[in-house]
Write a protein that binds this ligand. Structure first.
Ligand SMILES: *Cc1c(COP(=O)(O)O)cnc(C)c1O
Length: 388
């Protein structure tokens, strides 16, 4: 189905019907599968005959989700996982060996930094962090043992844009793989493989579910490259459940509609915030004032759904805005129909030193909003604390 538009793929790709002819995808709640004979069991186990054996290896509902997401990302192969973090863990365990080196952008999701610094480091994999936006730093950080580049774009919470094409070219020239965490954009807004990345990572927990209900993740790329990733998952077990895959299949059907609506709301909110006297600065790639607006618009279809802004008056003023909301959810999650508001300096980025926070540009007056699908007028009204 590769010549279809994304909104069509999101609804139609990957569907496999059972003997009952169900119209929408069935949820196969079974931990194992039976064989017609001992010979068939043997053929399945040695891989001579394709087919399901056990749900830690494959499950038909999960396979449908993998094929649909692969079609959307333009990937040959997809491995679904129990969470976004399970996807990142499986990726690094699958493609790296002890003694390998990662170059990663400074502004990664907190648990990813924790995974790199405190988990895989124990197994002899070191990480060097560089600016998300300065391509020369990526080149300069390469060692002879560098095997993986890892980035998120736009970054959280400052919406910095990494030039995927340029960083992919550096990775290629050094014999390293580039993995892009595409959680903020989804394949509706950005397709990193087309920009030269080798691997795409998702936390499906966010926009792919889109309604804040279940956890899941995925690793996508070419089949040969992901053999080790699938092998790691099959052996160690952080596989996606059939129930969650079924929820994500439903989520994907409306992904295009939702990403368009999140983006339109976010642009309207960011434009409005820029006009508020108590707002110092707005960070949103869809605004012409964003320092990388042109790059963002080349690389992504829209600015996405995440808006950050700095209020005048530091932490006290930022907390006042948050505490005066009546509708917005005070939570660090994102990618939900419900708009969420968070104060990065005291939540998601609280555990890094004040100096590191300042260096990263996360000031005490910074607020991040993951714009949901409520009427934008109601979201604006709920930011009444801005007028105080
Ligand atoms: C949430 C998130 C993750 C981790 O995903 P989980 O599903 O929570 O494990 C990874 N990367 C980014 C950018 C995220 O926002």
């Amino acid at each position: 189905m590769t010549d279809f538009q994304p909104e069509t793929l999101a609804i139609r790709a990957g569907t496999a019907r059972s003997q009952f002819g169900e119209h929408s995808e069935a949820m196969f709640l079974t931990s194992s599968f039976v064989f017609e004979s001992a010979a068939q069991a043997a053929a399945r186990f040695i891989g001579e005959e394709p087919g399901n054996i056990y749900a830690r290896f494959t499950n038909p509902t999960v396979t449908m989700f993998e094929q649909r997401l692969a079609a959307l990302e333009g990937a040959e192969f997809c491995v679904a996982t129990a969470s976004g973090m399970a996807a990142i863990l499986s990726c690094v365990m699958g493609v790296l060996q002890a003694g390998d080196h990662i170059v990663a952008s400074q502004s990664l999701f907190g648990s990813t930094v924790n995974l790199f610094n405190n988990v895989i480091k124990k197994f002899g994999v070191e990480t060097t962090y560089v600016s998300a936006t300065d391509v020369a730093q990526w080149q300069a950080a390469v060692h002879p043992n560098t095997k993986l580049f890892f980035l998120e774009t736009p970054s959280n919470p400052l919406t910095e844009i990494s030039d995927v094409r340029a960083i992919a070219a550096v990775a290629k020239s050094c014999g390293a793989l580039l993995a892009v965490d595409n959680c903020f954009c989804t394949p509706i807004l950005q397709r990193p493989l087309e920009l030269g990345a080798d691997i795409v990572i998702h936390s499906a927990t966010k926009y792919i579910d889109g309604q804040g209900r279940v956890l899941g993740g995925a690793v996508l790329g070419n089949k040969k490259l992901l053999e080790g990733v699938y092998g790691f998952l099959r052996t160690t077990g952080p596989t996606m459940s059939a129930f969650n895959a079924w929820v994500f299949l439903k989520g994907l059907e409306t992904l295009k509609l939702r990403m368009d609506a999140h983006s339109a709301n976010a642009l309207a909110l960011a434009t409005w915030l820029e006009q508020q006297p108590n707002v110092e600065r707005v960070f949103y790639p869809g605004l012409p004032s964003h320092p990388q607006h042109a790059l963002a618009m080349r690389q992504q279809k829209t600015g996405g759904g995440i808006v950050s802004f700095e209020v005048k008056g530091g932490k006290a003023a930022a907390w006042r805005v948050i505490d005066n909301t009546k509708m917005l959810s005070i939570t660090a999650n994102l990618g939900d129909t419900r708009t969420t508001i968070t104060h990065p300096a005291t939540t998601t980025h609280a555990r890094i030193t004040p100096q590191a926070r300042a260096a990263a540009g996360i000031s005490d007056g910074l607020i991040r909003i993951a714009v949901g699908l409520e009427a934008v007028e109601d979201i604006q009204k709920d930011l009444r604390g801005l007028g105080m």
